[in-house]
Design a protein around this ligand. Structure first.
Ligand code: ATP
Ligand code: MG
Length: 558
């Protein structure tokens, strides 16, 4: 039975009140995304190839081809709940493997093509993946770590030419069968008897970014993508049954797959696939112009690079209507730039985490954005700002922890893989309200109009001489200095003050750190924020340490 998530109502309040999850019993993510648009002609994927041309895949093509991949996996005895790793950039083999895994009742494991050997080894062993579908570009790295992954039995190499299975390290791979993806799959075998699943059947493990320590494996179920759909309607201004969708983000992050690709398919809309490698802003505008992209998910770092291109609307014939972005706070400059340089294209901030994505966002059609605020809770998710000790909602304007009722909300994760005690730590079972809450470890306040304002992560909040300081506020103030490219602010232990504020500053290219710049930064924070908020310690670096998703690794700054 086809099920479409629809936000109804002329206003945000009306939609929030009327929305309910009403997922059919036999729900399967693959059937929902590519199996239900059965007119045979609808394009699901515009795939850009190396020579600048492109191929088109309809929803039916993806449905049939993912059946063929499912047959190939089944014939290698892949079973329900077995893990299948996907180390492939924006190419059909990426999404076909996910869809095939879900048709089998298996669990897919998206891994970034930017990962090096340690990152891959950690995730492949932690998840005990039996199969890995690997792009030829990543094959040398996977080959190196494969002998350390005892569960790994099969590797399918994508686009590798004839030579992929040979090479110096072959002896160490005797327990792993290496095949070319295109040969391992019989593309003529397009019939597949899909496993019985429902909305709660495990479907995917995604690892967190690792901003605060080891990345955690987050297990989600088949309902996770429809869980993103109400927010998708909001940050893309509700008109989601039209348009073309694109993201430059790697199809390994919940931001790319969950905020853009899969919701677009839920609504039967096409996505552009383009393995860009490192982000190239001119090429990004070219792609958006060529495919008439109307809606894009663009991470904040990539937006900052788009901002470096002059007169984009004059130079490119853009059809853009709305951009969404999140994962970290959007700065005020981004919204001002979009208004001025992109002819008013809405840039809607969203907030979520790998464990519970897309809880809060903006929608200009329903309410104006307030720069600095993440927006309002998305209908379908019961989001509150709580005192995590008591489970009571804090007073409006007070800082508390963002929490979401678990209930039947499909966007909330099932558990941390292999880490039940961590799952327990973020679950509040016995608060004053009967349902269990998921605690996000993020702090925020809610204003009188229901907007949420991100304060900081709970363990980032700096307490110095008894004052509570959100690093974000200090960072924004320092960033506004023209000599500063990037900055991370942390608390470092101090005997008298508990903690002192430290800023690690990356100057713009051509600038070097100097005592003069230190003084300017300190004075600016003193003047604009408060005397106690200025960074006593300032370190200059050539480059701040970041995660693969572009976030600052704060633990390394202390
Ligand atoms: P780890 O959990 O491994 O330390 P991580 O929390 O960075 O890494 P993700 O799940 O990718 O991993 O990121 C989610 C986090 O990003 C949120 O919990 C929040 O702290 C931050 N975040 C997301 N969106 C926003 C936003 N709009 N504004 C501020 N912070 C945001
Ligand atoms: Mg986290």
């Amino acid at each position: 039975m086809a099920y479409t998530v629809t936000l109804e109502g002329e206003t945000y309040d009306a939609a929030s009140e009327s929305f309910a999850w009403d997922v059919p019993d036999d729900f399967n993510a693959a059937a929902d995304l590519v199996g239900k648009h059965d007119d045979g002609e609808r394009v699901a994927l515009y795939q850009v190839d190396d020579d600048g041309g492109h191929a088109e895949y309809t929803f039916d093509d993806l449905d049939e081809r993912s059946n063929a991949v499912a047959n190939a996996l089944a014939s290698r005895s892949l079973e329900r709940e077995d893990r299948v790793a996907v180390v492939v950039p924006q190419k059909p083999a990426n999404v076909l493997t996910h869809l095939a895994a879900w048709k089998l009742g298996a669990i897919s494991l998206p891994l970034s093509v930017l990962f090096g050997d340690d990152a891959l080894r950690y995730r492949l062993t932690d998840s005990e993946a039996r199969v890995a579908v690997v792009d030829a570009s990543q094959w040398p790295t996977v080959r190196e770590v494969a002998p350390d992954c005892p569960a790994l039995e099969y590797v399918f190499v994508v686009d590798g030419g004839k030579s992929v299975a040979g090479g110096a390290n072959e002896a160490a791979l005797e327990d792993v069968t290496v095949e070319r993806f295109d040969e391992a799959v019989d593309w003529g075998e397009t019939a597949f008897d899909r496993a019985d699943t429902d909305v709660d059947t495990p479907a995917i493990i995604m690892y967190t970014s690792g901003s605060t320590g080891e990345p955690k494996g987050v297990l989600h179920t088949h309902g996770v993508w429809i869980g993103h759909c109400p927010a998708f309607q909001m940050y893309f201004e509700r008109d989601v049954r039209e348009g073309v969708y694109w993201t430059p983000a790697d199809w390994a992050w919940i931001g790319a797959l969950g905020d853009l690709v899969f919701p677009a398919w839920h609504y039967g809309r096409p996505v552009v696939g383009y393995p860009m490698g490192s982000f190239d802003p001119e090429r990004a505008y070219e792609i958006m112009a060529e495919f008439d992209v109307t809606n894009a998910f663009v991470p904040p770092t990539a937006i900052r690079m788009l901002m470096g291109v002059d007169n984009p609307t004059e130079r490119y014939d853009l059809s853009l209507e709305a951009i969404c972005s999140g994962g970290e706070p959007l700065t005020r400059e981004i919204l001002e730039w979009a208004d001025a340089e992109l002819a008013g294209v809405a840039v809607n901030e969203l907030y979520g985490q790998t464990e519970a994505n897309l809880l809060v966002t903006n929608c200009r059609e329903w309410f104006p954005a307030k720069p600095g605020s993440m927006g309002k809770p998305v209908p379908g998710h019961d989001v509150a700002v709580l005192d995590p000790e008591t489970g009571e909602r804090v007073e409006q304007g007070d800082i508390g922890e963002i929490a979401v009722h678990r209930g039947d909300d499909p966007v909330i994760f099932e558990e941390y893989w292999n880490e039940p005690e961590k799952t327990e730590r973020v679950t509040l079972e016995d608060g004053p309200e009967s349902d269990a809450w998921h605690l996000t470890s993020d702090l925020a306040e809610r204003d009188e109009e229901g907007y949420l304002w991100f304060t900081s992560r709970d363990d980032d909040l700096i307490i110095t001489s008894g004052y509570r300081v959100a690093p974000r506020e200090v960072e924004e103030t320092i960033l506004a200095h023209e000599a500063v490219e990037q900055v991370g602010v942390v608390g470092v232990p101090d005997e008298t003050r508990g903690e002192i504020i430290k800023a690690v500053v990356q100057p713009v290219s051509g600038e070097t750190g100097s005592d003069e710049l230190r003084d300017e930064i300190r004075n600016r924070v003193r003047e604009k924020l408060a005397e106690y908020e200025y960074p006593r310690e300032i370190e200059f670096v050539d480059e701040l340490p970041t995660t693969t998703t572009g976030k600052i690794r704060r633990t390394e700054l202390v």
